[in-house]
Design a protein around this ligand. Structure first.
Ligand code: OAD
Length: 225
């Protein structure tokens, strides 16, 4: 399973590329790059504080919950590009966050030091145990994606792939589909699915996640596919 911003859209979280190239009124390079952090850490910290605050106001939707049901019959592994925790709150067990997690902070001197954020606010002066400022635990543009190694192994082992609510434009995440076996059935649920004619055994469902995921899950559980 590979999920993106579209699966959380019906919970009320905006996607990245659906709104004029701006993300919550900001240019991506002003808030989601390491350079932005160096130039203006206050702005970047506040931007993610607002995203985190919003997370406390939204709840999982029918698509998140349907994926939990799938676990009654399948070993389900969710690779998500989302930094929200809606898969966790719905109850899914195996979740790999490729691009980090909003509710965590990490050290600016040692990337292995990761901490939960209490409440919604990360502040100047919140330090890691080595004394450096904490930053949002987010993979910014241009930064390495350490979880891609485990994600690639999962993709290679998959018997079925569901791709839900992602423009499939951001790499290395989008490249994961190429590691899934040609024979494995693949479903791509997105009202504006990006064409991927090079992928074998791909069925595209141009529908919203809230509508299409629950019915696809029922069909998979009932073996109708
Ligand atoms: P995008 O904003 O690029 O794409 C969201 C996709 O969701 C689009 O293809 C929409 O058509 C689709 N969509 C919108 N509403 C939907 C709904 N109700 N049901 C299903 N699909 C819907 O978001 P991502 O592909 O997740 O990275 O973006 C990938 C990465 O780029 C993000 O993780 C983020 C971003 O910049 C970082 O922040 C590092």
């Amino acid at each position: 399973m590979l999920t993106g911003a579209g699966i959380s859209a019906e919970s009320g979280i905006k996607t990245f590329r659906d709104a004029d190239g701006l993300w919550e009124d900001h240019r991506i390079e002003d808030v989601a790059t390491y350079d932005a952090w160096v130039r203006n850490s206050d702005l970047v910290m506040e931007f993610y504080n607002q995203r985190r605050k919003q997370l406390y106001e939204v709840i999982p939707n029918a698509a998140h919950y349907a994926l939990v049901k799938l676990e009654s019959k399948f070993d389900v592994y969710i690779i998500t590009q989302n930094v929200d925790d809606l898969h966790e709150r719905a109850g899914s067990k195996n979740i790999l966050h490729l691009h980090g997690e909003l509710k965590k902070a990490r050290s600016t001197v040692d990337p292995n030091l990761v901490y939960p954020i209490e409440g919604w606010e990360l502040k100047k002066g919140n330090l890691c145990q080595k004394g450096s400022q904490l930053r949002p635990h987010i993979v910014w543009f241009g930064e390495p994606v350490p979880a891609i190694i485990d994600a690639t192994s999962l993709a290679q082992e998959a018997d079925i792939l569901l791709v839900i609510g992602t423009s499939m434009l951001v790499y290395p995440a989008a490249g994961l589909i190429n590691y899934v076996h040609d024979r494995a059935p693949k479903y791509y649920i997105d009202p504006k699915a990006t064409p991927m004619n090079y992928v074998r055994n791909l069925k595209v469902l141009n529908e919203t996640a809230g509508k299409a995921v629950p019915s696809l899950v029922e069909e998979l559980l009932n073996n109708n596919l």
